[in-house]
Design a protein around this ligand. Sequence first.
Ligand code: ADP
Ligand code: MG
Length: 529
Amino acid sequence: MSDAPLLRDTERTTGRSALQNNIQAAMALASAVRSTLGPRGLDKLLIDDDGRTLVTNDGVTVLESAKVEHPVARMMINASSVQDKIARDGTTSTVLISAEMLQNAWHLVTQDVHPAVIARGFRMAETHVHEILDEFALKSDKAHRLMATRTSMAGKGHHSMQVLLAQLAIEAAENIHVQTSEGIVADPTRVKVLPQSGGSIADTRLVTGLVLAKNRIHDDMPRTIGAGKILLIDGGIERRSMKSDMKINVTAPGVLDSFRNKEVELLAEQVEHLKTLGIRLLACKEGIDDEARILLAQAGIQAFRRVARTDLDLLARGCGATLVSDVKRAHSNDLGAFISSKNENWSGVSHWIVETEEGGATLIACGSTETVIGEVERSFADALGVACRMLEDDRLLAGGGATHVALARRLRRFAESIPGREQLGAEAFADALEVIPRVLAENAGLDPIDTLLKLVAQQVNGGEDAHHIGLDVLERQPANMIENGVLEPYLIVRQSIAGATEAAISILRIDDVLWAKQDPSMPNIPEME
Ligand code: ADP
Ligand code: MG
């Protein structure tokens, strides 16, 4: 049966031309972020549909905001987003390595090596990467972890901001980590960031507990309370709002009054229920009516209203509470515990600070303008992600391309031991890793080939610590990266190579592309020999 009628509105590319087309898309994407890699990487100005601008040096941010429709390009963007989620860093490297693997694979395809064979070679090399990285990995101390956190902010902001944020990120990660049966888990989403305009970056600080720019709803409520129970309501303590088409027939004098009294009674019943639950602290997503406010103040309960859902979730996690939809349904099992809750006035704005059993911290991100604060927030998010990963596995690797150069050397030797054509795939994989030092050199205004040759030569003569020799981009010359404090978490490097390999292999496996639409848009395509 012919598939012609079925595929009438479908554009189809098969075999080699499909592969070529897909690899071009991957390379186009890599070329969009190439210039951002490393501390000498340049920034990109992103402008969205509404004309909002964002200056960033972050590969994944550039890619995620690009309106790319090509499915293969989207696969690469996904690989970068996964890296961002899992490791928070190494996103640009993932895309660069993956695209380089594909480009090298293409050279082999033109020499009649089958893509499936290349993919097998990639897989063999990748398994070996883990062993080699395990061997290279260094145990770290706190000073090393601080340097690795700082390296993750390379290219973002000033040196002094990096030092400050690295310290705060490590402190925050320590604050939120929990010991589980599977080891330490530190979830960066447990740290809240509260932007505060005015002041300078140097005022940025970490506060233990959750901070919200909120005031308690009645001045008679206690300003500070010690440990107690908290209830979180995903609603409010309000009169029922009347539907617009609702009517009340007033048939006798006093009916309206008794209707209102009944409503107040219902509010009072809710407060009574809260009193029997024995709570000292209350947070609602919606409003709290005046009558209830007064009764709560009389009951000595500290209460807050219009608390954002995200903050309620953070409170729930910190206090071990369950959100309830309304007061009447609240049960003693839904309550959580807090250590202290206080209202403080910071430069004229009231803030609510809650400390909880499960830890939790808030970064008060300061800066002179919104753009500066945005930069502080993004850099901190990277640093925190890295600090959290390092609590889970504190091993480190040398940065500045040192690990990649050493890995490539080792993998080329390993490739020689593969008897079949997969050897060529493994070699192509090894070569692809060198894209990192080459692009770091390029972005520092150095010759990429000369730099790579220098690095390899120094590693060959480098003795035991050879795999620590990388390109110090700030000094523009090869150096021992551990001594110079350019360190990267083991998990991030490993994940970025693994993610790049997955993406490259899945793209190599495609030999038939069916487009449901007429006009597939491609990003700018670079020339390919
Ligand atoms: P990614 O999105 O991949 O994390 P970055 O722009 O953050 O990209 O660059 C990370 C790379 O920059 C890593 O390979 C890291 O080792 C390297 N790097 C950071 N600081 C330095 C430095 N001072 N000298 C050399 N390389 C550095
Ligand atoms: Mg980075």
